[in-house]
Design a protein around this ligand. Structure first.
Ligand code: GLC
Ligand code: GLC
Length: 819
């Protein structure tokens, strides 16, 4: 077994101790307008707001080695002529004491070679559109050292997609300026852009380069730049080709001496009328950006900005802190899962090692579900996001499947017709209102399809979401599936025979009756949520109608969605069951077992328990619960993309970490604390750290998928970071296993613990008050809450009554175990 690092919980860091991780293990910089991806060997790229349209630095896709293009440094020892990278890549010369510490919003990478230790802190200061690289270089030798330090970035010509394809134009448009040691990248600034990038350095320069091929030299790559090897910069000025930025700093260090060099890579926009100085020239007007650059070339300003960043994350994570018998649960809930929820919220599905930054917009269902994991940390931002999403809803109640982050409007190319989409808005709004108590959001006026004049209350939007489903029921009274439901790859109206055709946006056959039991479950859940919101909002009549619709749907699921030992998945175009014992492949699916039980269907009559036993018998593996069984071994034209993946991958019987927590929650609903925690831990990244060589993705964040048991690579993860797995696993652990669950009238305490726990403690901020919660249970037994004492007084039920903002509340909960 090979280990690549360890958790440092006190510092809230993951420490990587060898550079050759199975895949680049990345982190994110920035959480407002300026973002970057950074790997453990300093690979990655930066962008302003939109990873496709405002890309600052270039990254090579699909590359070997995987991770090429980054924030690189080269150290050259003048005496020996030797040259290396303190982040190992791109030179890959051996380092002693290599370390990468990924923290919350920052990364530190360093290593020592020939007695020269170099360590760089990378981060984006709050409120700025720039990133800092603070390099400390120490001479550990007994004698003085003469060194050269070279920085290197390659600029992207803004539109990352065009940059990777349109060479006939792009090889001619690159432009830079170098002024007072600052490198400015200003391609297209002469025409319609009013933004530029800059790369500055705190030290006096011995030289610089801005033309990539002058820096690298002919037929050389980033691993052996001619300039860094020879120790002489070319002072090159890029005209076309590939603009880059490289500073050359010469350092003479006494034995034991440390020097600090700060690099600032940034993005700046000038007012359109003030682009040039002198006006009429083609020279960038630097009067506004200059003070910012000068400020951050100063060590004091950098230290202060870094401290602010750390305080910021500390206050976000302070919302919930738990201490339980499971270090894996604690570490994920207190640090990494919360962090991943924030990153997923910021980046949606745009930029990771698996999302190119030039592909997908923001998903309607994805963005709604992402909110579940972070309303407690950033309620105001969640509120804004809800209103943005709702404004893309169509008047029919339907939804664009995706919308674009820069314009916030629906994406016509992908369109609508994913019939689960609208219901997720109800789930997200319910979570927001329960967390904050802010019912006024329901009265906010929001347009449809961003059309001015079409506004109605958010509450009305939610009613239309429900109506959308009710207007589209099939012959069994179950919701029509449309193009797909949660499972993007279950395309029951597509019937595609044409290579390359999109399974998601093509409907080759009209008039079918494909229905989804999953949407029926989701509808039942959402109708219950909306009924309660209608009730607390004073709409009795609507509440009754929602409950009515809920009962009818529940009955339809019991009548036509039950297969005997589990819930069916769907009915296909012809009305044949999918996910039924009668099918040869795909007999049982995870999604309806999770969602129907979450909605409460079958909890009273044993169906829920039976469905969950079937999950355990047919779908559970040591690496998590697979999506369905048996996997599809051949292409089924009537099922679509699900049957295109090789068995065990992705939607074809992979472990989707997004759906596993639904089962975890379902297990708590039927009182199985042992199974709930067991499933939770099977995919918990920290618990899988010990098998990093097999899991391969980062051990500190959830992946979308782990290869299922039908794959030869069973247990190998893919698509880490930007996934709905983040939010749902957070919800499962905190609200259902630990049972600390916001509700409309207060905070509920309803844990479902495994037998071998004797309790846990937690602090939770909720609606301005702080709760100190202690839960005690006798070991050896599972069981539910029996006794709740709030500030010394015993109360009935499990709902903590409201308290004034600023209050501190002590909660003692006792669970009487049952066998
Ligand atoms: C991806 C999509 C998500 C979908 C899931 C299952 O994670 O982002 O919207 O629900 O795959 O297909
Ligand atoms: C592909 C992926 C699926 C994803 C979808 C989004 O079908 O396999 O996981 O949800 O693309 O467009």
């Amino acid at each position: 077994m090979t280990t690549f690092g360890r958790f440092d919980d006190a510092a809230r860091e993951y420490v990587i101790t060898r550079p050759d991780t199975p895949l680049p293990w990345i982190n994110y910089l920035g959480s407002e307008d300026y973002f970057g991806i950074i790997s453990n060997t300093a690979g990655g790229y930066s962008f302003f707001r939109d990873a496709r349209l405002r890309r600052l630095t270039r990254y090579r896709y699909n590359n070997a080695p995987f991770d090429m293009g980054g924030r690189y440094l080269y150290v050259r020892d003048s005496a020996s002529g030797e040259m290396w990278s303190p982040s190992w890549q791109p030179v890959r010369a051996e380092l002693e004491d290599y370390r990468c510490r990924h923290g919350l919003g920052y990364t530190v990478i360093g290593g020592c070679r020939a007695g020269i230790d170099t360590e760089t802190l990378y981060f984006v200061p709050l409120g700025e559109t720039l990133e800092i690289w603070r390099t400390r270089i120490t001479n550990r030798r007994a004698e003085a050292a003469d060194l050269s330090l070279f920085s290197a970035v390659e600029f992207c010509l803004w539109d990352a997609s065009d940059d990777a394809t349109n060479f006939q134009r792009n090889f001619s448009i690159g432009e830079v300026e170098v002024d007072d040691g600052v490198i400015y990248h200003k391609t297209e600034y002469r025409e319609r852009r009013n933004h530029f990038a800059y790369f500055a350095c705190s030290a006096q320069l011995a030289g610089f380069d801005t033309q990539r091929d002058a820096f690298l030299g002919p037929y050389r790559g980033w691993e052996r730049p001619l300039v860094a090897e020879s120790g002489r910069s070319g002072d090159s000025i890029a005209h076309g080709w590939a603009p880059c930025g490289s500073h050359h700093v010469e350092l003479s260090l006494h034995p034991g001496e440390t020097r600090e060099v700060i690099f600032v890579l940034g993005y700046w926009e000038n007012p359109t009328g003030e682009k040039f100085d002198p006006s009429g020239s083609q020279t960038i007007n630097k009067t506004r950006v200059r003070p910012v650059i000068d400020r951050f070339r100063n060590a004091g300003a950098v230290d202060a900005a870094f401290q602010r960043l750390r305080d910021h994350w500390e206050s976000l994570l302070d919302t919930l802190h738990v201490t339980t018998p499971s270090e894996h649960l604690d570490r994920m809930v207190n640090i990494w899962n919360a962090y991943q929820c924030m990153i997923t919220f910021n980046l949606s599905r745009s930029a990771s090692s698996f999302e190119s930054g030039i592909g997908r917009g923001m998903g309607f269902r994805d963005s709604n579900q992402d909110l579940l994991g972070l309303v407690h940390m950033v309620p105001d931002r969640a509120r804004g996001r809800i209103l943005d999403i709702a404004a893309t809803q169509l008047p029919s109640g339907g939804a664009y499947h995706q919308y674009q982050p820069l314009t916030k409007t629906g994406n016509d190319a992908v369109g609508s017709g994913f019939n689960d989409d609208p219901l997720w808005l109800i789930v997200a709004v319910a979570a927001y209102v329960k967390e904050t108590g802010d019912r006024r959001i329901l009265d906010e006026l929001v347009p449809y399809d961003n059309e001015p004049g079409s506004e109605s209350s958010l509450y009305e939007h939610l009613l239309r979401s429900m109506r959308y489903t009710l207007d589209r029921l099939g012959p069994h009274g179950l919701p029509l599936i449309g193009r797909a439901d949660w499972n993007d790859c279950l395309n029951l109206n597509c019937f595609s025979e044409t290579p390359g055709e999109s399974f998601q946006t093509t409907e080759n056959r009209q008039g079918g009756v494909a229905e989804s039991v999953f949407i029926a479950g989701l509808f039942t859940l959402a109708a219950g949520e909306l009924a309660t919101m209608a009730e607390v909002h004073g709409h009795r009549h609507d509440a009754a109608a929602c409950l009515d619709a809920r009962r009818t749907m529940d009955a339809a699921v019991r009548a036509h969605g039950w297969d005997g030992a589990w819930f069916r998945r769907a009915y296909d175009y012809f009305g044949n069951p999918v996910g039924s014992a009668g099918n040869q492949e795909g007999k049982i699916f995870i999604e309806p077992q999770g969602m129907c039980v979450l909605a409460g269907i079958g909890v009273d009559d044993g169906k829920a328990e039976a469905a969950l036993s079937s999950v355990e018998a047919h779908l559970a593996t040591p690496h998590g619960i697979v999506l369905q069984q048996p996997a599809y071994t051949r292409y089924h034209v009537e099922l679509g993309e699900i049957s295109t993946y090789p068995p065990g991958y992705k939607e074809n019987a992979g472990v989707f970490c997004h759906t596993n927590p639904w089962i975890t929650i379902a297990e708590t609903l039927v009182g199985h604390g042992d199974r709930a925690l067991d499933y939770y831990l099977r995919i918990n990244p920290s618990a899988r750290e010990a098998i990093s060589h097999q899991h391969r993705c980062e051990p500190y964040v959830y992946p979308q998928m782990i290869a299922g048991k039908d794959a030869p690579t069973h247990g190998e993860a893919k698509n880490s970071w930007l996934t709905g797995s983040a939010a749902w696993n957070f919800v499962a652990a905190t609200q259902w296993i630990l049972g600390i669950r916001p509700d409309h009238d207060g905070l509920r305490i309803d844990p479902c613990l495994p037998a071998d726990w004797d309790g846990f403690t937690a602090t939770r901020r909720f609606r301005g008050a702080r709760y100190h919660i202690t839960v005690r249970k006798s070991g050896g037994l599972q069981g539910r809450l029996t006794n709740l004492v709030v500030d010394g007084q015993r109360i009935h039920g499990n709902l903590l009554p409201p308290v004034p903002r600023g209050a501190t509340v002590t909660v003692e909960a006792e669970i009487q175990g049952q066998t």
